[in-house]
Design a binder for this molecule. Structure first.
Ligand SMILES: O=C(O)CCC(=O)C(=O)O
Length: 349
């Protein structure tokens, strides 16, 4: 998600500069500009170690098909309770646009007036954010999908991680011009990012719909980040368009130059789930907090289905932690009826 002060306009690039990656539909269809074979990056689910290494070395990776399509489709059935279905949205009834605008989380971004053309941050680009926990248990379970959590741990090289950004994001052709300047996300950290194993955070987009080239795959500026000058820019290197099928996971670091682009397909749409992770204890990194909504039905229902490991992603102390007493384990069961509290109880000393 964006930060305005790191933004650098690129205006003079064309679509022909963009290299597509991954094996989604039309993945290699775009012009390839000045890329060489060595640039033809495609990182597949078959080798998660390779994907993790690519993220560590280059600052981003698209993990194709990280989550099985069936798991995505099962959860996405409930997406249309949160968003107008694309057919409805584009059907001409203004009520659907009002519903989309009305259910969007206000990002609080303050942007100056931008024209309709070219790269710029426009407030309407940030419509369509809906915060976790969702009204749907299926979408809530997808938010902590084991493959995504597993990959985040592998890439970050840490077991003890937290999920610090959790929300869905829907875009529809024509809402606004979604083209942004290239930027780095400095707004996830109150201090400068420490870009080393054990310290770095991982920003992620889980694709809920097929993100084909004309429905705004995120663009990234290729080439390894320079840890000594992580904010030096703007990117002059080739651009990569992270087109991929639903279930793919785009992971990038805050030092990675990237941007949103416009949806070109008439009647098009794009849906993602943000899932970003940080090391446990990294209080300086943050974005979304669940604490204020833990008394509501969606969280209570979700928490009751969670393992200790899943709850720990939100900061809950693991079984065996000195926090726990017999009374607190009872209270946990009372607060989340149906939760399997036996791991906490069994670990009481
Ligand atoms: O929507 C996208 O593809 C990327 C958006 C983005 O980079 C941002 O808003 O910071």
């Amino acid at each position: 998600m964006s930060t305005t002060d790191a933004a650098t306009g690129v205006g003079n690039r064309t679509d022909a500069d963009t290299t597509s990656i991954g094996n989604g539909p039309d993945a290699n269809a775009e012009g390839v500009g000045n890329r060489t074979d060595a640039d033809a990056t495609s990182v597949g689910i078959a080798d998660l170690d390779e994907a993790a290494l690519h993220w560590q070395e280059h600052g981003w990776v698209l993990v194709d098909g990280l989550v099985p399509t069936a798991d995505i489709d099962h959860a996405v059935e409930d997406l249309w309770d949160l968003y107008p279905h694309p057919d409805e949205f584009h059907g001409g009834d203004a009520a659907h646009r009002s519903r989309f605008v009305g259910s969007s989380h206000d990002q609080g971004h303050k942007f100056g007036k931008a024209g309709d053309d070219g790269p710029a941050f426009r407030a309407e680009q940030f419509l369509g954010h809906i915060m976790f926990p969702y009204e749907s248990l299926r979408l809530n379970r997808l938010q902590v999908h084991r493959n995504v959590v597993h990959f985040a741990r592998r890439a970050m090289g840490l077991d003890d991680i937290r999920i610090y950004q959790a929300r869905t994001w829907g875009k529809y052709t024509g809402v606004t011009n979604y083209e942004q300047p290239f930027h780095q996300d400095r707004n996830h950290n109150v201090v400068p990012d420490r870009l080393e194993p054990g310290w770095w955070n991982l920003e992620g987009f889980l694709y809920l719909s097929d993100v084909e080239p004309d429905v705004a795959p995120t663009e990234l500026a290729g080439g390894p980040a320079d840890p000594a000058r992580p904010y030096d820019g703007p990117p002059e290197s080739r651009r990569i368009s992270a087109a991929g099928t639903r279930g793919s996971f785009l992971a990038y670091r805050p030092d990675t130059w990237h941007r949103g682009v416009d949806l070109r397909r008439p009647g098009g749409s794009r849906f993602l789930m943000s899932a970003s992770f940080k090391p446990g204890g990294a209080d300086w990194i943050g974005y979304d907090n669940v604490q204020p909504v833990t008394v509501g039905r969606p969280w209570i229902q979700f928490a009751a289905t969670c393992t200790p490991d899943e709850l720990s992603l939100f900061g809950a102390p693991l079984p065996g932690h000195p926090y726990w007493t017999p009374e607190l384990v009872d209270a946990l069961e009372h607060r989340y009826p149906g939760i399997d509290a036996s791991p906490w109880r069994d670990a009481l000393s």
